[in-house]
Design a protein around this ligand. Structure first.
Ligand code: RUQ
Ligand code: CUA
Length: 730
């Protein structure tokens, strides 16, 4: 403590966040990567980053955007044919079953280009991107309904639904907002655009949304920040947007009965616009599915309480949070008691009659999350740079904690579900200022971990995030996640279907048809088959690679010099890379993951010959190995076999079959040893002919397989020892 200049408080905080080697974090967080267009996965409380998931942006490590399967997903995000290679991700949402996280799927929106992505948590890969055909930007997504029937996405900056130019003078008449309900089909793991629909809304600059739960299930809530419908234009002498959009004291909370809306669509009461079913405002009003409630002032977050009874709204320019009562709202709707109508004829409820309470929290309240303890909520105070803990039932402030600095969202564990888990809170701060080692004018983002298990909140840890602005993050109990560790051999991981390029051991081949060269290859420690690929300038080269490994974490990579392709080939996966061999030359290809002792030897050549190239006779390589070399190698192999036998002896002496990761390792080791047999047979053949050159090389290959088998075997042995394997039959 002294040597490092730490306080006792520091040590306690360290003890609360420390996860020892091999340990697991209790919660797994999925953070929006902001302008990076990715998702960042990290553990809580250690705040160790586990993974980036490529979503709207190419991510080379995963081959995302560099292999054909993932390019197909990325290109689903083209807007009217325009290729987009980034996204401004804001709100990740985990799939729910009965209002609680089920650990199956993750959704995230792109504010800049109105898109939504689906990530499958069986492999943490992006499987689908859908483009909203009506909006030009969106912010109020992704939020799921309690059984993930729909993923909610609200527009942000109003724009005409059409793709045509419409002058700003027609803002009130032709610019529109909306809320889209994307239908999610859990079986296929995909959004079904045909079953999705939108409710047309006035051009009020809709903002965040949330789905009702329990008593309020079937409804969704979306706020807005510019019901002034102000159109700026400082260059024309008009006051700017920020002044015009905050002129009024209140904006509108939109309430939509989405269950009834879905029925209206089924009854044919929607209008098709750009291929999407849209419930127009007049229909929504006539059918009684759309209502407005005033909310103060320039509101931002809207968050439904775990019991679904209350809705918390925070206004950036108001020092209060406003808590609305769903019961009180429903009573007015039932009684047909409305205060007024907005310019589009939508009924407006009384704010006073809808409020449960208002609590003065501090300056710039933005977002609210809930605790596992009843009635406890936490709200971010952007201007004050604080987290406020308060009681929403009784309307009183309980505690405040300074954070660093200018907090936007905050997040408690499973804090937007019906059963928040309490314990920790993460503050997502807009500024870091002086918290970290200076790394230039662009500072890291700062996620701060806060202990909320006691009455007083305690700041535990600062985590710098080296990507875009963190908007929202969600955290789930780690044990709810059940990701796989390998694919069924030959799987296209983006579609989860068998790949057309799937290739089994021994069936590797190159198929040439005119200008096309199609390679069906495999990867397994430590070689790529085939090792030489020949093409002619102008050929279209397609390379499918199947990773034949079954052992955990035995990923291989693949790249070809100059041709801008890269694949990450996890066990069982089949990946395809494609390029035009548009220049002659010699292009090494290799595995990019350090996968074994002979990883560097996991290599080969793409040879691109000029057109009409004439073969020159190749000269036979001169023999360099003698019988003595051969005998020496064979002795090494026999000694190695003794090591393998002892490891096998240990593994089979214990209950290894009770450990699935070990069973997979044993399968792989057996594979390698079977291949060793083939190499040994070839060796013996050559030896019979006294071809000591080839006999020595095949003996070496036999040894390579042995080494790999031994390597796997030793890993299995370590695993068994560390996981308390017992003598078999005991
Ligand atoms: S935002 S700081 Cu959710 Cu995009 Cu509030
Ligand atoms: Cu496979 Cu390196």
């Amino acid at each position: 403590m002294k040597a490092r200049g730490l306080t006792q408080q520091n040590l306690l905080a360290a003890a609360k966040t420390y996860v020892p080697t091999g340990g697991r974090d209790e919660f797994t967080a999925f953070a929006s990567g902001g302008q990076s267009g990715q998702i960042i996965v990290y553990g809580i409380p250690s705040m160790r980053i586990m993974k980036y998931i490529g979503v709207f942006t190419p991510e080379p490590w995963q081959g995302y955007g560099f292999d054909e399967e993932s390019k197909k997903v990325l290109r689903q995000g083209n807007i009217d044919g325009k290729e987009i290679n980034w996204g401004d991700t804001h709100h990740p949402a985990l799939s729910e079953t009965n209002g609680d996280y089920d650990g199956q799927f993750l959704f995230i929106n792109d504010k800049a280009n109105p898109r939504l992505a689906v990530i499958d948590l069986r492999d943490f890969e992006t499987k689908q991107i859908v483009v909203n055909p009506l909006y030009k930007s969106e912010h109020g997504g992704a939020f799921v309904t309690p059984n993930t029937d729909y993923v909610i996405e609200a527009s942000q900056y109003p724009a005409p639904y059409s793709k045509k130019f419409v002058p700003l003078e027609r803002f009130n008449e032709e610019y529109r907002g909306g809320v889209t309900y994307w239908k999610f089909d859990r079986k296929s793991g995909k959004i079904d655009p045909k079953q999705s629909f939108t409710v047309e809304l006035p051009p009020y600059s809709q903002d965040l949304s949330d789905a009702g739960k329990l008593v309020s299930d079937g409804w969704s809530f979306t706020n807005s920040f510019c019901t002034e419908r102000y159109v700026g234009g400082i260059e024309k002498g008009r006051p700017p947007y920020e002044a015009g959009c905050s002129a009024k004291d209140t904006d509108y909370l939109h309430m939509i009965n989405w269950k009834k809306a879905a029925e209206l669509v089924k009854q044919g009461k929607a209008k098709k616009i750009n291929g999407m079913d849209v419930i127009m405002m007049d229909t929504a009003v006539k059918e009684g599915i759309l209502f407005l409630i005033p909310e103060p002032k320039s509101p931002h977050g809207v968050d439904v309480t775990p019991d679904g009874k209350l809705i918390t709204v925070a206004g950036k320019l108001d020092s209060h949070v406003s808590v609305y009562s769903f019961d009180k709202i429903m009573a007015q709707i039932k009684a047909g008691k409305f205060e007024s109508k907005d310019p589009y004829g939508i009924p407006v409820l009384s704010m006073k009659d809808s409020l449960h309470t208002q609590v003065a929290l501090g300056l710039g309240p933005l977002h609210t999350q809930y605790d596992s303890k009843p009635c406890i909520a936490y709200t971010s105070l952007y201007v004050d740079s604080q987290v406020a803990k308060w009681n929403y039932c009784e309307g009183k402030v309980l505690d405040k904690l300074n954070i660093h600095y200018n907090i936007g969202h905050l997040m408690t564990m499973e804090g937007d579900t019906e059963h928040p888990k309490g314990h920790y809170l993460v503050a997502l701060n807009k500024l870091a200022i002086d918290r970290f080692i200076p790394v230039g004018p662009l500072h890291p983002q700062n996620h701060q971990l806060i202990d909320i298990s006691e009455d007083k909140m305690q700041l535990l840890y600062d985590m710098p995030l080296p990507l875009g602005e963190p908007h929202y993050v969600v955290a789930i109990k780690s044990t709810t996640l059940k990701p796989g560790i390998r694919y069924k051999v030959g799987t296209d991981s983006r579609t989860d279907e068998p790949s057309k390029g799937a290739t089994r051991a021994g069936e590797e081949r190159v198929v040439r048809k005119g200008k096309s060269v199609e390679v069906f290859g495999t990867e397994i420690r430590s070689h790529i088959t085939p090792e030489t690929i020949e093409a002619e300038v102008g050929d279209e080269v397609t390379i499918h690679l199947t990773n034949l490994e079954r052992a955990e974490d035995e990923t291989h990579g693949f790249t070809v010099d100059t041709y801008n392709v890269h694949a990450s080939v996890e066990p069982g996966k089949t990946v395809t890379v494609k390029f035009k061999a548009d220049r002659e030359g010699v292009f090494p290809f290799y595995c990019t993951e350090f996968c074994s002792a002979l990883h560097l030897e996991m290599e080969g050549y793409l040879l691109v010959k000029p057109k009409g190239y004439k073969e020159v006779k190749t000269v036979e390589a001169k023999a360099v190995y003698t019988k003595a070399d051969y005998d020496k190698q064979v002795k090494t192999n026999v000694d190695t076999q003794a090591v393998i036998d002892s490891v096998v002896g240990y593994i089979t002496s214990v209950n290894y079959k009770d450990f699935p990761p070990v069973v997979a390792l044993v399968d792989d080791a057996t594979d390698q040893l079977n291949r060793a047999k083939e190499a040994k047979a070839k060796m013996e053949d050559a030896a019979k002919k006294s071809d000591w050159q080839n006999a020595t090389l095949w003996a070496g290959q036999w040894w390579q397989y042995q080494v790999k088998a031994a390597d796997i075997g030793l890993r299995a042995k370590t695993y068994l020892e560390e996981h308390g394997a017992k003598k078999a039959g005991k």
